[in-house]
Design a protein around this ligand. Structure first.
Ligand SMILES: [Ca+2]
Ligand SMILES: [Ca+2]
Ligand SMILES: [Ca+2]
Ligand SMILES: [Ca+2]
Length: 343
């Protein structure tokens, strides 16, 4: 009985031709299909890996932007604290390169309730002696004191005790109280020698004086894009690297020169179509500042080869940064009111 019951597929398997295994054609077809699958999977993996890298880098850039913006906002908001309002902020404007920003250094000044009684309510700043003309370049200044609030804040000579409210690598803003129309000048502090000497590398000039000048030098925080040889562009705060891959910073300032309580069209400088001129600005009427920056990813995105000049035309910058390197870029804009500045 059993010998008669043989399923048909067993009969087929038992045939001598089929038991020889796969034919060459079958093997080639199988190999080809396998190859195609591998190529497809590898391709998917590469694309996903690239996407992951780009997303990761863009996320990092955005995180950087937020961290920087937080610090800049704080510094802008505090600018003018306990110092002459005219000297709260000073910009060095460019339409073809990053701007440079100086903000009066609130960290250098003790909180109002810890100031000595005789200094409360007094607007602080050091008085330089002599009346040297202010032009771009290094200028040695003799001050009444490098400490403006009776409490030194920075240890400039590294001996372990604080000796100055100015610091090397930081900035300084110069105003003329009897000639506010001279505007405001600013530069980098390159040397501090307590008790009364600083060297400031001025980045701009102070307008001509009509009346005998009454100058005040105010310690300031500096923001600058630096391009060290062989390193990526970076943003420096007080000469110290704050973040890499920051390509550009641009500032726009909003004044209320006629004091009608609002910023009129002609009171907006440093933005599109306008140029900030530090020699005609009365800083005491500054109400708001807009700070924009371009941050880019650290590496190229191979799928973004023609990203030329995307997103770099910010404020009054007329020549865009060449962006044809495939890097992704993000523009971060922050606008802050200056709460310590009063006319
Ligand atoms: Ca500019
Ligand atoms: Ca101090
Ligand atoms: Ca010291
Ligand atoms: Ca106005």
């Amino acid at each position: 009985m059993l010998t008669h019951f043989v399923p048909s597929h067993c009969q087929l398997a038992a045939s001598p031709r089929r038991s020889a295994g796969f034919s060459l054609i079958e093997l080639m077809v199988a190999t080809l299909i396998m190859g195609m699958v591998i190529v497809f999977v590898l391709g998917m993996f590469t694309v996903q890996h690239q996407t992951y890298m780009v997303v990761d880098q863009v996320a990092e850039t955005q995180q950087n932007s937020r961290a920087i913006a937080g610090l800049v906002e704080r510094d802008i908001r505090n600018a003018g604290y306990k110092v002459h309002s005219q000297g709260a902020a000073c910009g060095v404007d460019s339409t073809s390169a990053p701007d440079i920003l100086f903000l009066s250094d609130a960290d250098a000044i003790a909180a109002v309730d810890t100031l000595p009684a005789n200094l409360r309510g007094v607007e602080l700043g050091a008085s330089p002696s002599g009346s040297a003309p202010i032009a771009p370049g290094a200028l040695s200044m003799t001050l009444d004191d490098v400490v403006i609030d009776a409490t030194p804040t920075y240890d400039t000579d590294g001996n372990g005790s604080d000796d100055s409210d100015f610091r090397e690598g930081g900035g300084a803003i110069l105003v003329d109280l009897t000639n506010p129309a001279r505007g405001v000048a600013c530069g980098f502090v390159t040397s501090v020698t307590a008790p009364n000497a600083v060297v400031v590398d001025f980045q701009n000039i102070l307008g001509p004086a009509g009346l005998p000048p009454d100058l005040r030098l105010i310690p300031a925080i500096s923001y600058q894009v630096s391009t060290p040889v062989g390193s990526p562009d970076r943003l420096e705060r007080n000469g110290v690297a704050l973040a890499k891959d920051v390509e550009d910073i641009q500032i726009a300032l909003f004044f209320d020169a006629d004091e009608d309580g609002e910023v009129d069209a002609n009171e907006y400088v440093g933005g599109a179509g306008t140029v900030y001129d530090n020699t005609i600005v009365d800083g005491a009427t500054l109400r708001e500042m807009r700070f924009s920056m371009v941050v880019r990813t650290a590496a190229d995105d191979p799928r973004n080869p023609t990203a030329a000049s995307t997103g770099q035309a910010i404020e009054n910058r007329s020549s865009n940064i060449p962006g044809d390197d495939g890097r992704r870029r993000r523009v971060h804009v922050t606008a802050v009111r200056l709460r310590n500045v009063q006319s």
